[in-house]
Design a protein around this ligand. Structure first.
Ligand SMILES: *Cc1c(COP(=O)(O)O)cnc(C)c1O
Length: 494
């Protein structure tokens, strides 16, 4: 781009840049007048989106102006903008619009409520399991005020913060005792470090998994100070392989659930009961990182949707000394790592000074206790993640039909309900697909990517799947009220 204006083409374009003060005046003008100026376009926005914009502090507004000025300077250098181009940018409103866009990004960042239209119930990037309203209420109360945390209020004696949770875990899983840490990665680390720190852990080559991001079993073992002894092969490992590897320095026989993939075909793995038995014979702890934590309770509909995921109670019944699983995967509670097992093993975990660095806070504990109490009371069916996995196909089809009709009625959009499949998510049951009805949406003159980007940036943020250059909305993981929020987000795009 170059200036068409002869007089200004000679002028220094950097001199044509507005001052920071001028930029601030333009930005303040936008933010203060937003409610009026944008009233028409912002029909679908929640009031607090505007309130957040208005609340951007002065120092941050200045920072945003400086960032935009820097961006303009880079464009001058790179795109050879002339002074007239810069002036046109400012007088034509482009500069002001860019400032407002920066302010929207600033005010829209952070952990905030979103609509999950991906159909993935346990979506790690969207916060995994939504907790039951009663759990959320007790979490709020614990956060807002004082709570009974490390004291038995009936005897006034100090006790462990997860004492109650341990009792609930025993009732739920049949284990002697339980302990809670920040997440299952922390649970696996604590298990390795406690039983095999400075010593050896024996693990199958078929179970050296990467769970996501940087959690890779061999790397975690190394950081826990554990010498890893690999046995067997990728597809076949037998109990005899573990037995041959046991020596004077062996502290742990470890089994890791291959949560996010399956080896199929000519495969064999050691029976957990055999590992547990081997451990007992050789005086070595046996531990199982189960990952997803499928819990079944009599009187509550089974989570048969997730196929071959091991039930925690069954894992405990194999005789393994310790079993670790997540609180926010199939269990349906807040983020946590839970370990159940024999009284002695749990005592050893608790005595490890690292436990202190991994233990749960009062808010998560309050939410977990409530989630476990609901399960034990036969009310597991009310836990949102379980309910979403069990959603009847007819209910999903009706929801999809309503959404499709409402979007089809918007100018520039086409929408149709189509048969699709959802996934449980979070690496649980990777081969399982749950039948659903999704809505395929396309917008005139827009790519699916561009539509998805606008939906993410909107209020509320909406997350979708993209398939064959169309946006797919899967109603499976929509919570009460989300259908209306989703449609408001679409309305705001028109
Ligand atoms: C998910 C998973 C983890 C990590 O759990 P977080 O709760 O996300 O820390 C560890 N091990 C296995 C086998 C898992 O499936």
């Amino acid at each position: 781009m170059s200036s068409g204006n002869q007089a200004n083409s000679e002028a220094n374009p950097f001199r044509a840049l507005p001052s920071v003060d001028e930029g601030r005046r333009l930005l303040d003008g936008c933010l203060d007048g937003l409610q009026d100026v944008e009233a028409g376009r912002e029909a679908g926005a929640t009031p607090d989106a505007d309130a957040r914009l208005g609340a951007i502090p002065a120092a941050v507004r200045t920072e945003l102006v400086q960032q935009e000025l820097d961006a303009l300077r880079r464009r001058i250098a790179k795109d050879h903008l002339g002074a007239a181009d810069v002036e046109a940018e400012v007088s034509g409103g482009g500069f002001q619009a860019a400032l407002l866009a920066r302010a929207r990004v600033e005010a829209g960042r952070g952990v905030r409520s979103a609509v999950n239209a991906t159909g993935v119930v346990l979506h790690t990037n969207l916060g995994r399991a939504p907790v039951h309203p009663e759990a959320a209420e007790r979490m709020r109360a614990a956060a807002e005020g004082y709570c009974v945390l490390e004291m038995d209020r009936f005897s006034a004696r100090r006790n462990e913060r997860d004492a109650r949770l341990g009792v609930l875990l025993s009732r739920l899983t049949g284990a002697e005792a339980g302990i809670a840490v920040n997440n299952c990665a922390g649970a696996a680390f604590l298990m390795m470090q406690t039983f095999a720190g400075g010593r050896e852990a024996v693990v199958s080559r078929g179970e050296l998994v990467e769970i996501g991001g940087s959690f890779r079993v061999p790397d975690v073992m190394a950081r826990a100070g554990v010498r890893m002894v690999e046995v067997g092969t990728t597809n076949r490992t037998r109990a005899a392989d573990y037995e041959r590897a046991i020596g004077p320095d062996t502290g742990l026989l470890m089994k890791v659930h291959t949560s996010n993939y399956r080896v199929v075909g000519f495969t064999e793995e050691a029976e957990p009961a055999e590992l547990a038995q081997l451990g007992k014979e050789h005086g070595v702890t046996s531990g199982w990182d189960l990952g997803s934590g499928r819990v079944e309770v009599e009187g509550t509909r089974s989570l048969e949707e997730v196929g071959d995921e091991t039930v925690v109670r069954d894992a405990v019944a194999t005789g393994m000394d310790v079993v670790a699983f997540s609180g926010d995967k199939l269990l349906g509670g807040p983020q946590a790592g839970l370990i159940v097992g024999t009284r002695d093993s749990i005592r050893a975990l608790r005595a490890n000074p690292i436990y202190r660095a991994l233990r749960l806070d009062k808010v998560a504990l309050a939410g977990l206790e409530t989630t476990l109490e609901l399960l034990l009371a036969g009310r597991g069916g009310e836990i949102p993640s379980r309910r979403l996995m069990h959603r009847p196909e007819a209910e999903l089809a009706e929801s999809a039909a309503r959404i499709a009709a409402a979007i089809e009625a918007l100018p520039g959009f086409t929408a149709e309900a189509i048969p699709e499949r959802s996934q449980p998510g979070s690496g649980s049951a990777p081969t399982v697909f749950l039948p659903t009805t999704a809505v395929r949406v396309s917008a005139e003159g827009r790519s699916a990517e561009s539509l998805a980007t606008s939906l993410r940036a909107g209020e509320p943020p909406v997350f979708v799947r993209i398939h064959e250059d169309a946006v797919l909305l899967d109603p499976r993981a929509l919570l009460p009220g989300d259908e209306a929020r989703l449609l408001a987000a679409f309305g705001a795009l028109v």
